[in-house]
Design a protein around this ligand. Structure first.
Ligand SMILES: [Mg+2]
Length: 349
């Protein structure tokens, strides 16, 4: 039976922020969608475990979160930064050479073939350490017989967890759980199942499949198979968060025009590499590190995949113009991401 490894970063955005704001470590922290906590709008994107102790959780309105913990620390979300951390993690996972299915900015499933229990456990440990080495962030890694069960094993082991559920252990692992724990079962599906007397995964496993199909259509059949230990979910390889970048320390520059020649040089080098590797890109980013170490990344998603040097330099030029507003730039970089393999693909334009 082929196994799947599942990685889920723990409280990812908040952990990223703790990394660059070490003074916030150990204190309740919210990363949210509004500029400020007292704007009266916005929701919690992620919060750390210290904030969860006060009952705060993701998707909660900020107005409610602040009632639970008045002096909670707050940071406005910074997707470019989280994406760059994610890119480094996913690039590290790709080094194993296994099929990789990137599920979200902080979750990935890897097809790892057949292994015995000891080998699987050692491999999970090794991947967890590699991810921590490359990111300095906490994560949970689990292995089981399919994407769904591996994800469930991962959820059950959070935070900072490590878990292996071998194929012959799956039934024991899932049967005592409530149906909501089965991936894909949301509140609506759970209500429907409860209305026909099914509240536990073990009850789902013992139900008449025809009754389930009546209630839920073909999804009912999938759930029946899952509840009986069969996980047919597939690893779909993705390339889209991989990125390739170039950056260089420079003499402090005060205007965009001063870095245009460097931008063109870095862009040519990027295009060489993506041609060699057979990729097209769809996102262009430029990055500046300013005097005093603050950084800014500006990104733009194009309407099509491309490998055009001209498109890259024109886009990077426009983005670069927005990086200069008085402060001097001492390090400058260009990145392409949202990559696909060009081989065998049709051009979209
Ligand atoms: Mg996560």
């Amino acid at each position: 039976m082929k196994l799947v490894l599942y990685l889920d970063m723990d409280y990812f955005f908040a952990a990223c922020e703790e990394l660059r704001h070490p003074e916030l470590k150990g204190k309740p922290l919210i990363v949210g969608t509004s500029e400020s906590l007292d704007s009266g709008k916005g929701v919690v994107m992620t919060c750390n475990y210290e904030a969860r102790k006060y009952g705060i959780h993701s998707a909660m309105p900020l107005t409610m979160a602040v009632k639970l913990k008045r002096d909670v620390n707050y940071i406005h979300e910074d997707w470019d930064y989280y994406q760059s951390v994610s890119d480094a993690i996913m690039a590290r996972l790709r080094e194993y050479g296994n099929p990789l299915d990137i599920m979200s900015i902080d979750e990935a499933a890897m097809g790892i073939g057949e292994m015995d229990r000891d080998t699987a456990l050692a491999f999970a440990k090794e991947v967890k350490k590699a991810v921590q080495d490359v990111s300095s962030l906490p994560c949970t890694v689990a292995i089981s017989s399919g994407k769904v069960f591996a994800k469930m094993a991962c959820d059950s082991a959070k935070p900072d967890g490590l878990k292996v559920v071998m194929p012959d252990e799956v039934m024991g692992f899932i049967s005592g759980m409530d149906i909501e724990k089965l991936m894909g079962v949301g509140p609506k599906t759970a209500d429907k199942l409860r209305s026909i007397g099914i509240g536990k995964i073990s009850q789902l496993a013992g139900a008449d499949p025809m009754v389930l199909i009546d209630a839920l259509g073909s999804f009912g059949k999938e759930l029946y198979l899952l509840a009986n230990g069969t996980d047919n979910s597939r690893i779909v390889e993705s390339y889209d968060v991989l990125s390739i970048s170039r950056e260089k320390a420079i003499d402090p520059a005060g205007s965009a025009a001063e870095v245009y020649p460097l931008m063109e040089e870095l862009s040519r080098s990027l295009i060489d590499e993506i041609n060699k590797k057979g990729f097209w890109f769809r996102t262009v980013s430029v990055k500046a590190r300013y005097e005093g170490f603050s950084e800014r990344i500006k990104s733009r998603r194009l309407s099509n995949y491309t490998d055009s040097l001209n498109t890259l330099t024109e886009t990077a030029k426009r983005l670069t113009d927005t990086l200069f507003d008085g402060k001097k730039v001492r390090k400058y970089g260009v990145r392409v991401s949202t990559l696909i393999k060009s081989k065998g693909q049709k051009r979209l334009f």
